[in-house]
Design a protein around this ligand. Structure first.
Ligand code: CP
Length: 308
């Protein structure tokens, strides 16, 4: 039987192309399951999973919880805001206390880059990174590539531009790793101040002219400005950002071809994309959310099969 090359999902950086294909093939099966009238399988009846979120989340948290419940795992949820972390408890103490309740897997979102990697070295459970600061968001990148594959048949050879705040985006980094592993051509587009200096060393090209980038691509993945991570002003005003890097219907309709629009959410409507673009037939934003459940079922199922 095929299995993942890793015990934890800490980042796309640690996966290989075969891992991604295995996750996609497993997600194909689970997507069929969640579209049946009985959406649940008994696969993980003996597994307990803790979702521990030290940062806000809507999509990722709900999607993981639903994926776990669809697999019949026992689920406990922990939000830092209502916990003893507020009283000074460390991350390792918090997680070890949760693990002593016989938890097998921890899904964690944390504001610090590398928090999942740190945890995987100190606790005896399978760790899934649900977003660590500006570092990686591996399940988001997997569901993004899976959605491209579903819409365009394949990821290999496709031109994908990631637009916006690349500097502070874990979605951008994980997408770059995932898309490059699968043979896509990747460009990033945004204000120079929001493009990391090292970005070209990841095998991507920089394009600061949005119209050129959109005319080149098959898929545009629009990112939100990560206001919660901005310590200084990276562009003069939001209005000017939108004029230069926002996508509206008029711009989309004036392109040489019809492109696919993606967004990981949450959307700031009227900033990076207008409502008529977000809700257009070119947008696959809600397909991404739907695919997130199947992808997370696949990841959890494959990692659970490695728990001794
Ligand atoms: N895409 C994403 O991570 O959304 P949430 O922050 O709502 O989980």
């Amino acid at each position: 039987m095929s299995e993942l090359s890793v015990k934890h999902l800490l980042g796309i950086k640690y996966l290989n192309e075969k891992d991604i294909q295995l996750i996609f093939e497993t997600a194909d099966h689970f997507k069929e399951v969640i579209n049946r009238s009985i959406k649940k399988v008994p696969s993980l009846r003996d597994i307990t999973i803790a979702n521990i979120f030290f940062e806000n989340s809507t999509r990722t948290k709900l999607s993981f919880e639903l994926a776990e419940k669809r697999l019949s795992a026992d689920v406990i949820n922990f939000s830092a805001g209502q916990s003893s972390v507020k009283k000074g408890e460390t991350l390792i103490d918090t997680v070890n206390n949760i693990l002593s309740m016989k938890v097998d897997m921890v899904v964690m979102r944390h504001p610090n880059p590398g928090a999942g990697i740190f945890l995987s070295k100190h606790v005896n459970a399978s760790i899934v990174n649900a977003g660590d600061g500006a570092h990686e968001h591996p399940t988001q990148a997997l569901l993004d590539s899976y959605s491209i594959r579903e819409k365009l048949g394949d990821v290999s050879g496709k031109n994908v531009v990631i637009v916006g705040d690349i500097l502070h985006s874990r979605v951008a980094l994980s997408n770059i790793f995932a898309l490059k592993l699968q043979g896509a051509n990747v460009k990033v587009c945004g204000p120079k101040t929001l493009l990391p200096k090292y970005v070209e060393s990841l095998g991507v090209e920089v394009e600061t002219d949005l119209r050129k980038a959109l005319n080149w691509c098959d898929v545009a993945n629009m990112l939100r400005i990560q206001n919660e991570r901005l310590d200084i002003s990276y562009f003069p005003t939001t209005r000017e950002y939108t004029q230069q890097f926002g996508v509206n219907k008029k711009l989309l309709d004036s392109l040489d071809k019809e492109i696919v629009i993606m967004h990981p959410g949450p959307i700031n409507r009227g900033v990076e994309i207008t409502t008529d673009v977000a809700d257009s037939k070119q947008s696959i934003i809600l397909n991404q959310v739907e695919n997130g459940v199947a992808i997370r079922m696949a990841v959890i199922y494959l990692l659970a099969s490695k728990i001794k």
